[in-house]
Design a protein around this ligand. Structure first.
Ligand code: GLU
Length: 421
């Protein structure tokens, strides 16, 4: 593994895409650095009366196309480098989908599984206390990410409302429905990926009944497994951070979800309904047609990319494939639906939530699904065409597609603007 930062490695995609376009050097200079990254120490009272502090960040990477948008992650391994990289990816993701947003991201360095519910609520409120001057419905709009959810967004929205003295639902998305959340936001990341796969199935020569392996069984992993199983595909292997299970005849997705809801690993279902134990590290090499990384960055790397047997990888996680592994997969002829397109359903329905909050007019779930499908298919088709026309991977095509929109916006701000100075 290279010693470069995660951001340096992510920026290689920018240069690659720029090589296919004639772009003003101002544009590249603008997109190489985060606009601002704020760090804070969140101090909370633990249930036993002690005090504990946690490192936290909020990065507004680029706001040329609109307010910065992106989730808040609670994870013990989070770093400033990771937050900036995720915010860089959000910048491109929002441009890919033509959403009127720039890219942002936040994190707290914490293992939320070790906190009680009350401690988690205090930490969530402390995050908003620390960053309330940075966020705003027209400035920076957080949402859920790894190990955060609608309950946490509800606490954060409440804290923000208390600080500003009035409810301001559009400041944060992924809220509970009762606080102005959108119908269809909960499974939007997986549903967007599902619509995309369905739309490109013929172009990618996918079979009617695919064998699917899902790495990571949080929000995205659980929903993609349910959506694909309901369409008759077989979920043959699943893993989470504690272990995995496999079953060639198809795993019982409901049993896996019940285990997670009860706070257990998917591995705890081994021995029931034909589920067999699978070491989590072996998941990527399982015989299947579609591999869906739905966990963290860099899970597919030089050390395991060669073992992949799938014909297609759907990146529901952000950055699950390292650049080295990406090159190996391209050489092997494995197609990759890249994160900035494949998992963009989440932020797209976040955008729908923000629009509904601002209008005070709420859509049916069918309207949400229909609009999401239209955008996924439109942008997916455009990226497919760029990849054919320029003979590049779908990832490079997605970056080219986004970079054109970013360049146009940066140039439209004017050459003397501080946006491009
Ligand atoms: N955390 C999600 C992502 O990485 C969603 C962000 C959002 O809805 O703003 O795309």
């Amino acid at each position: 593994m290279s010693q470069d930062s995660l951001l340096d490695r992510a920026l290689v995609r920018l240069d690659e895409a720029a090589g296919h376009l004639s772009i003003d050097p101002d544009v590249i200079e603008k997109l190489k650095y985060a606009r601002e990254t704020t760090k804070a120490r969140l101090m909370i009272r633990m249930d036993d009366g002690s005090r504990k502090s946690f490192l936290a960040w909020r990065c507004r990477y680029d706001d040329t196309r609109g307010p910065t948008k992106g989730g808040i992650r609670f994870h013990p391994d989070s770093t400033a480098d990771e937050v900036e990289t995720l915010a860089f990816w959000m910048t491109f993701k929002c441009a890919v989908m033509s959403l009127p947003y720039g890219g942002g991201k936040g994190a707290v360095q914490v293992d939320p599984r070790k906190l009680s519910k009350a401690e988690l609520e205090r930490l969530s409120r402390a995050y908003i206390q620390a960053f309330s001057r940075i966020i705003g419905a027209d400035r920076d709009i957080p949402a859920p990410d790894v190990y955060t959810n609608s309950m946490i967004m509800g606490w954060m929205a409440d804290e923000y409302a208390q600080i500003v003295g009035q409810a301001e639902p559009a400041v944060i998305t992924g809220k509970p429905i009762a606080l102005g959340g959108s119908l269809g936001r909960n499974d939007a990341t997986a549903r967007g990926g599902y619509y995309l796969v369905r739309h490109l199935a013929q172009d990618l020569s996918l079979s009617q009944t695919m064998r699917v392996a899902v790495q990571g069984f949080g929000n995205a992993g659980q929903h993609i497994a349910s959506l694909l199983a309901a369409d008759g595909h077989k979920i043959v292997a699943v893993s989470d951070s504690q272990g995995g299970v496999r079953c060639d005849a198809g795993l019982h997705v409901d049993m896996l979800i019940d285990a997670k809801n009860a706070g257990r690993s998917v591995a705890s279902t081994a021995g029931q309904g034909g589920h067999e134990t699978l070491p989590a590290d072996d998941l990527v090499g399982v015989a299947c047609d579609l591999l869906v990384p739905s966990a963290l960055e860099s899970m597919i790397h030089e050390g395991n990319a060669d073992s992949i047997k799938a014909k297609l990888v759907l990146e529901l996680a952000n950055g699950p494939i390292t650049p080295e592994a990406d090159a190996m997969l391209a050489k092997k002829g494995v197609a990759v639906l890249p994160d900035i397109l494949a998992n963009a359903g989440g932020v797209t329905v976040s955008y729908f939530e923000w629009v509904q909050n601002r209008q005070g007019f709420y859509w049916t779930v069918e309207e949400v699904y229909d609009r999401l499908r239209t955008i996924m298919e439109r942008e997916g088709r455009a990226i497919w065409s760029v990849s054919r026309d320029k003979n590049v991977t779908l990832r490079t095509a997605a970056y080219i597609h986004a970079l054109k929109r970013l360049a146009e916006a940066i140039e439209a701000h004017g050459t003397q603007s501080f946006f491009v100075s």
